[in-house]
Design a protein around this ligand. Structure first.
Ligand code: CA
Length: 320
């Protein structure tokens, strides 16, 4: 039988997330009675967002709008924690953040967004760190981690500095005027303030301006050829026997809802070796790797992918 199995390597580090800065505390007893492998952290209400951004400026062009989701092609950083990559500073999700992984306090480290051709940036709004409180766990991630005291924002033709007061600027985004066609935006730490742990984070940069090109994330998996002769199944959860027959896997649903890069993916229940399991049928290994990474990062689900014919018992949901 043609069968390939990929296993996610689980290190001891995954079991002690709080020892690393910017880690979110997982209290794995949240819904343990129902399901062990579908834990989730609910979005935090205490975080920077568009709603808490700086007041509108008269200087901004009337056409300026939040183009972050459309204009960011990719992200990179001087260093990044594997679980908190550069893209987490541009995903408009306050519960995720970029985390540098260099030695020291993060001074000199930077995170950068590469913008798609044709992007005009009017201004950016940026906070000084990670303003969320993890749920469950109630860990104050602002207090937990270092924050920017002095940040340099650099674009193609210019730069500006913005300062943050750790005692009063939690959750506040500050506006930096750019007003230029831009291909990259970099956010560098010139000076930082210490948190309980010595790691610098940045949760969400919002980019305002004009962009009329293709929408949504770049789909680098689209043209990858499948190596499976049958279905490629990513197993994500194994419900306990007490889980109801119509259990809807709310944590997986919440995690992946709106993630356009997984558009068209079906999440289904099937039986493997007599055990009820939930997972996704994906088109190729590229999608499988991406899905496993996202799911394992958020839910510590230790997913596995395999080529096999799947007898779908129930479709849980499909990402539109
Ligand atoms: Ca984020």
């Amino acid at each position: 039988m043609f069968r390939i199995r990929f296993r996610v390597i689980v290190t001891a580090l995954l079991l002690a997330p709080l020892l690393a800065g910017c880690s979110k505390k997982n209290t794995d007893d949240d819904d343990a009675p129902i399901l062990r492998r579908d834990q989730a952290r609910a979005p935090s209400a205490a975080s920077g967002s568009a709603a808490t951004a700086a007041p509108a400026s008269d200087k901004a062009p009337a056409a300026a709008r939040n183009i972050t989701a459309d204009c960011v092609e990719s992200a990179r950083a001087s260093s990044e924690d594997r679980k908190h990559p550069a893209m987490h500073a541009f995903d408009e999700r306050p519960t995720t953040a970029w985390n540098e992984s260099a030695g020291g306090d993060g001074a000199g480290e930077w995170v950068e967004a590469k913008l798609r051709p044709g992007t005009y940036v009017s201004y950016v709004e940026v906070g000084g760190g990670w303003s969320a409180t993890s749920q469950p766990g109630n860990v104050d991630l602002w207090e937990h981690n270092n924050s920017f005291r002095k940040m340099k924002v650099t674009w193609d033709q210019g730069s500006a500095e913005v300062t943050f007061d750790r005692s009063t600027d939690r959750g506040k985004k500050k506006r930096v005027e750019v007003k230029a066609p831009t291909t990259a935006l970099r956010f560098s730490a010139i000076e930082v303030d210490r948190g309980r742990f010595n790691d610098l984070c940045l949760d969400d940069v919002l980019i305002y301006g004009e962009y009329d090109g293709p929408k949504g994330p770049v789909d680098e998996c689209k043209d990858v050829t499948s190596t499976c002769a049958s279905d490629l199944f990513v197993q994500l959860a194994s419900p306990l026997p007490s889980a109801p027959a119509d259990y809807d896997y709310p944590h997986t649903h919440k995690l992946l809802a709106g993630r356009k890069e997984f558009s068209g993916t079906r999440f289904v229940e099937t039986y493997k070796n007599g055990n009820r399991v939930m997972g996704a049928i994906v088109k190729n290994r590229c999608y499988a790797d991406k899905l496993m990474k996202v799911h394992d990062e958020a839910l510590k689900s230790h997913p596995q992918a395999s080529c096999e014919r799947i007898d779908v018992r129930r479709v849980i949901f499909e990402i539109p």
